[in-house]
Design a protein around this ligand. Structure first.
Ligand code: PEP
Length: 251
């Protein structure tokens, strides 16, 4: 089965309004439609409505970098799934390593956010990945398996089929130390086997699994050539339209 290819930019806490709109404009104007490929920009929440409006009708979709799992309430500083959707965003990033490690989000938070995203009809991209010391201790697969299983816990097959996973080894994020294509491929295949064990081969075979961690125009081809790598989640190199477009053009 041909899986969807996805290229996503995570703008993190960069860009004031003019910069965000110029970046979105550069991507929208530079992208060419490619069948079976989706392009997503995870913009800062304050820019979401304008970025989503700018992307409307183009091959680029807007997403939020985070949200809370409750519908509404006294949760100062948070945004809800309905607010994300109302702003015009289609996608939501869940469990990014910076959310997990800087803001102490747990696997349980990730699971609740995933359920909330699915009930709101948002497309969820769930991040998993091990720390450097976990890799050095030979625990990468265990860590990623637990994160994946806990995130997907309790979902029906249909719900699981709507999830996109991004494997982002934490030691590769923002460090310039990209995982080799072989390391990434081996983890992607493993994640697919974890999904297959819970939801069956068909769900696993159809699930896009993206790689993230220091992806650049000069290393995407080797990664994307691997059988189980279905695209990329890009941080630093997504902040310049030209380099993000070069990465997405690998398809
Ligand atoms: C990210 O923010 O998800 C990421 C992978 O960052 P970078 O590409 O800068 O490593």
């Amino acid at each position: 089965m041909a899986r969807k290819k996805i290229f996503a930019g995570n703008w993190k806490m960069y860009t004031v309004r003019d910069e965000a709109l110029a970046l979105a404009r550069g991507i929208v104007d530079g992208i060419t439609d490619s069948p079976g490929r989706a392009v997503v920009v995870f913009a800062p929440a304050v820019h979401l409505r304008e970025v989503a409006a700018l992307c409307a009708g183009s091959a680029v979709m807007a997403g939020a970098q985070n949200m809370y799992f409750e519908k509404e309430g006294a949760f100062t500083g948070e945004i809800s799934p309905a607010m994300v959707k109302d702003a015009g965003a289609r996608w939501i990033l869940i469990g990014h390593s910076e959310r997990r490690h800087v803001f102490h989000e747990t696997d349980d938070d990730v699971r609740k956010k995933l359920r909330a995203a699915l009930s709101e009809g948002l497309f969820p991209m769930v991040c998993v990945g091990e720390l450097l010391d976990e890799r050095e201790a030979g625990r990468s697969e265990d860590v990623v398996r637990v994160q994946t299983e806990r995130a997907l816990e309790g979902l029906s097959k249909n719900e699981a089929a709507a999830v996109v996973i991004a494997y982002e080894p934490v030691w590769a994020i923002g460090t310039g130390k990209v995982a080799t294509p072989e390391i990434a491929q081996s983890m992607h295949r493993y994640i697919r086997s974890v999904v297959a064990a819970k939801f069956g081969e068909a769900v696993a075979a159809g699930m896009p699994i993206l790689y993230g961690g220091s992806v650049k125009p000069d290393n995407i081809a080797g990664l994307f050539a691997m059988e189980d790598i279905d695209g990329a989640l890009v941080g630093g190199a997504s902040l310049k339209a030209a380099s993000f477009l070069d990465i997405a053009r690998v398809t």
